[in-house]
Design a protein around this ligand. Structure first.
Ligand SMILES: Nc1nc2c(ncn2[C@@H]2O[C@H](COP(=O)(O)OP(=O)(O)OP(=O)(O)O)[C@@H](O)[C@H]2O)c(=O)[nH]1
Ligand SMILES: [Mg+2]
Length: 213
């Protein structure tokens, strides 16, 4: 049996439910970098992710998903950069009960779209909370109301495995992740990129040494 590994990034604003989702769905013990919040995040939750979350989930079509969670705070956006650059697809979680933060969702999307063009899906969380907007209102607010290229908006409860499985299945189906295999050409390109990066690093080192000696 052959398995394909795909990298999925779960991103979203502070407290959207990224860490909870990965903890619930992972079939291995997760990596977690939550630390005590020190700034205004403290009013939302006592702890926040400062590095990344990591979990793993095997789908029924033999995909092994490596799931990476980003921090929500923009001061850690170097982690967004690092994680998204290697992702095959991403999930953007939006807490439905905090409409005042929807502009931050757009900022996050702009940040990502400037760097990569990969399949994505919206996961709407906190729909059980007071003041939660429905999916249509959220889609309108972030400019996807009438767009033909509107990605799927899926309600998800990060505490419930069945709900997350539904989200992941939609992502895999809509993005064609299960079918996508790396072609020999792409692979060659991938490796030549790695080797040119290595060369760049080596060059940098060489320069350093040449200064030193
Ligand atoms: N009621 C409700 N609570 C939720 C939902 N999703 C997440 N939570 C709660 O929201 C809080 C924050 O969840 P986290 O998973 O830590 O959020 P996060 O996105 O990782 O946050 P940062 O790492 O700080 O960006 C936790 O107490 C969760 O239990 C939801 O759909 N409904
Ligand atoms: Mg977190």
């Amino acid at each position: 049996m052959t398995y394909q590994i795909k990298r999925i990034v779960v991103t979203g604003t502070v407290g959207a439910g990224k860490t909870t989702l990965i903890r619930t769905v992972s079939d291995i013990e997760t990596v977690n970098t939550d630390r005590s919040a020190t700034d205004k995040t403290k009013s939302i939750k006592p702890k926040t992710t400062v590095g990344m979350d990591f979990g793993r989930f095997q789908t029924k079509n033999n995909l092994i998903l490596h799931i990476y969670g980003t921090p929500g705070q923009s001061r850690f956006n170097f982690m967004w950069d690092l994680l998204i650059s290697k992702a095959d697809a991403y999930i953007l979680l939006i807490p439905a009960n905090r409409p005042q933060e929807l502009y931050r969702v757009e900022e996050l999307m702009n940040f990502i779209n400037k760097r990569v063009q990969i399949p994505m899906i919206f996961g709407i969380t906190h729909t059980d909370c007071l003041g939660a907007l429905n999916e249509a209102k959220i889609a309108n607010s972030i400019g996807y109301g009438h767009r033909k290229d509107k990605p799927p908006f899926v309600v998800v409860d990060p505490h419930k495995l069945i709900s997350i499985k539904n989200l992941l299945e939609t992502l895999v189906k809509e993005s064609g992740l299960a079918e996508k295999k790396v072609s020999p050409i792409q692979q060659k390109k991938k490796y030549s990129n790695i080797s040119s990066n290595l060369n760049r690093k080596t060059k940098r080192k060489t320069n350093l040494y040449s200064v030193k000696f």
